[in-house]
Design a protein around this ligand. Sequence first.
Ligand code: ADP
Ligand code: MG
Ligand code: ZN
Length: 605
Amino acid sequence: MAGLKATSPTQLLNSTFGFESFKPGQRQIIDHLLNKTHVLAVMPTGSGKSLCYQIPPLVLNERAVVVSPLMALMDDQVAVLQDLGIPADRIHSNRSYEDNSDAWNQFKSRQSSLLYMSPEMLMSQKMLSALQRVETGMFVIDEAHCISKWGANFRPDYEALSKLNEIFPQAVIAAFTATADTATQQDIVQKLTKNNAVRFVQGFDRPNLRLTVKPKLNWKTQLLAFLDDKKQCSGIVYCLSRKQTEEVATFLQSKGYNSIAYHAGLDSETRSKHQDRFMTDPYVIMAATIAFGMGIDKPDIRFVAHVSLPGSMEAYYQEIGRAGRDGEPAETLLIYGLNDLFQRRRFIEDDGEDQGYKLREHKRLDSLLAYCEASSCRRIALLHYFNERISPCGNCDNCIDPPELIDGSELAKMTLSAIYRTGQFFGAAHIIDVLRGSRSEKIIERGHDQIKTFGIGSKYSKPYLQSFIRQLIAAGHIVLNIKKYGGLEISESGFKLLKGTTRFQCKQPSEPTPKQKIGRTLKESIPTHIYSGENAELLSRLKQKRLTLAQDQGVPAFVVFVDTVLYQMVERKPRNRDEFLNLVGVGPAKLEKYGDSFLSVINNS
Ligand code: ADP
Ligand code: MG
Ligand code: ZN
């Protein structure tokens, strides 16, 4: 592959990438890199970070090494670039010696400008000395938060990258990440550039993601209801345990979905086979633990569901963030119950001796809980956590179907009194039994049928009281004591409520109606005319064509075209090559390679 002729960033954007304009932030970052300024860019998933480092080496006709944490990710990125006619390659341990040395020779002779590598490959003595003999203009560190112990995914392999700046003082360092709070950002900049980088921090908002949180009643039924309109979508279901991933995958298979499991207990061959299937097959649902995640660059993931509580707000944000990178509508669902919270708290308690760490982690979990129990716009709550202010979003469950607010002071008093009179020792299930007047063995044995609040809440269902107690916990009036196996204790503010000196406003806990749907479904939120009648048929034939073309080359479908390009084909129905070239995301290389195939599908419709 021959090197591209040097040209301006805009020309490359328009002609090679086929895009009309830069996305916010891209141009500034490119300009800084062209001026050889170190950069740390914190930009949300799907905001187009790759373009920021792919363009400068092409403009300057220089070499750039791109560090990326996953081999599969490198393969896909390189496939996308090569398909655009951009000379790029990768070196990693899953490729043959010959392929790797071909890639190196191309890079060395400037036939290609972008070379992707894993951190351990780059920092090997052999590679470093080879690189010292050629001139490299830029080192790109993707997923840069992996270098920081403050961040969510510290990777020991990344730590060695802090030597790069010293070894290659002439080269510019470009670091990218989607999640890094201020402390993590400082750590990254300190380690990679000795505090010498310009920071670009872009908003965290991902308005195309629908946010929904539901109390856990029966997760299987709830998951099925959620997936009902998503038969032709790929997505991820995050689970707490390895066992649960297998359970979810088997369950979904039995319901006719194409679902597979992914967790750290699988051998690496199975893991990469499953990951490949997720990237390449159409409509795969991955049931996974958090082991599946970093660098999942598939742009057309249409949903992310959680069947239990994530570990923190950061983790939640990162996990849902894998959906909808292409900017099209995508849905998220979090189903959680008090048991999940208890388990999470226990994980934290069991994790070593560092008290400061535990306190921090419990606080992070508190924020997530408050988010789950929020009674107004969820996006406001989510972004508030990342210090961003927005107005109500219109794309979360609370905006679409605002919960009714009630004065829960009386029921709160009864509940707190039941907790107090049973010795602040029992978990939510027992307290609910007391309130509802259950004559269980445990209750009779302890004489809890004799206390004043016994049966006082008999008119409420269990889920109603569960929701109510979760809200008391989220508001900090009740504390879940892990050392007492989830026993409920009353906090200082809880005692004020018990005495009646403060009041408690809360959401009307809804009675269970798991089948009930709220708001628009996914299909309805993508412009309807694309999904109806002849258009639906055309879209499906275009998708089929894309799949065939991708399979012929052994690449994921999105390498050929992402969904948004297919939507444009349906909407604008280009009839000839000129019109085809006008689609956003189509440049000359794509036109040459695929234009006629897709035009014939459109012209025969
Ligand atoms: P990130 O790494 O920030 O999550 P990517 O670099 O993977 O995001 O880009 C996400 C999607 O946006 C890709 O499909 C990419 O082709 C597309 N994209 C990037 N820049 C532009 C642009 N200027 N105009 C239109 N689409 C773009
Ligand atoms: Mg990226
Ligand atoms: Zn909202």
